[in-house]
Ligand binder design. Sequence first.
Ligand SMILES: [Zn+2]
Ligand SMILES: [Zn+2]
Length: 108
Amino acid sequence: MAYTDRTLICIDCGAEFVFTAGEQVFFHDKQFVNDPKRCKQCKAKRSSSGSRVRAETRTTCSACGEETTVPFKPTQGRPVLCRSCFSKRQAAPSAASPNTADPNVAQS
Ligand SMILES: [Zn+2]
Ligand SMILES: [Zn+2]
C-alpha cells in the first residue's frame, strides 16, 4: 500500500503540518487508528513542559508489602522491590534469608 504525505491541522495551534508517508507507515505499524492531532512543535512542547507524566506503575513491594511506584511495568511473577528494600538488597549480597534483617534497627 502506498502512502502519500498528508496535510493535517494541529488542534493546539491551528497550524498545518505534514503527516508524512513515513510517519503513516509508522502509525500503521503501531496500529494507531487516529491521525496525529498536533504538529511537531506542539507535541514537543507538551512532552517537555507542563504535565510531565512519568510512566510510573503502582505496585506493592514484594519484600515489605509497602505500596510503591516503579518506573517500569512489573513483569508478572517477578518480585518488585521498593526503593529502600532494593538498596537494602544491594547492600547485602547474600539476601537469601530476609529474616536476618531487623526492621526496627536504628540508623546510627
Ligand atoms: Zn501546533
Ligand atoms: Zn519494600
